[in-house]
Design a protein. Sequence first.
Length: 299
Amino acid sequence: MDNKRLAHVLAILIMLIWGVSYLSIKVVVLEINPVLSAFYRFFIASIILFIILKKKYPDEKILKEDRIRMALGGFFGVALYFFFENYSVLFTSASNVAILISSIPLFTLIIQRILFKERLTLWKVLGACLSAAGIVIIIVSKERISLFSKGTLGDMMAIASALCWVVYNVITSRFKGSYKSITITTYQGIWGCLFLSPALLFSKLSIPSAKAGINLLFLAVFCSCIAYVMYIYCLEHLGATMISTYINLQPIISLISAYLILKESINIWQIVGSIVIILGVFMVSFGDKFSRDKFKQLV
């Protein structure tokens, strides 16, 4: 399996892990301050990753010109992103968060075009718009939707977290040096912990329940260690525009996991929306290749 094909497979696996993470975040932030829970999550993840990094790649060094970029990655992709996301999950419904987080691919297309003059093919634009439309179908089909009504602080924080992730993608895809995925993840996680550490001074410290502790470990080990390392790999081999489109799979996974774990019902419009999202992701990922292959056959 070549690197690009592997990256597509890993991207789907990442979204499976992150799609379920919304349920775990909800459990954790009900007991632990949202910022403090983010600190705990990345503190645990950073310790694990640092040990693995030093054992497996002891000679890996960060270039001087990339150190600030590593810190900025930790600031936007860890500290700010999870500050906004954890509070958004606490303040508003997971449905609202899902639809607003789905704006990442559209923001990414715009930023990549403006800053780096990335060529936006018709397939990429249509695919991103289609997958976003699919999420709108899923969310609107559910009850309790109140986007931008009174008490929308959580909704605004979800938008802020989406913008932070777009900035993170730009920062992490532009290093001067060549680094292992685990190296980038480790140092950005450490920086993220430093930026989140003031929460130790301003939050009430308490021992969480076993349920919250297990969910926190899942977030640290699977969502922050394993998934982040895989995401960096995918970012390197697929690019920011393509990998960000896979984020639109998260609401589908959240929907299914909520059905299986929380016994929530699924209606026909949610199924239709899921199909639309998958079609959109396929168009962004493989539309250009399909067009080239078809053109070659005609020639």
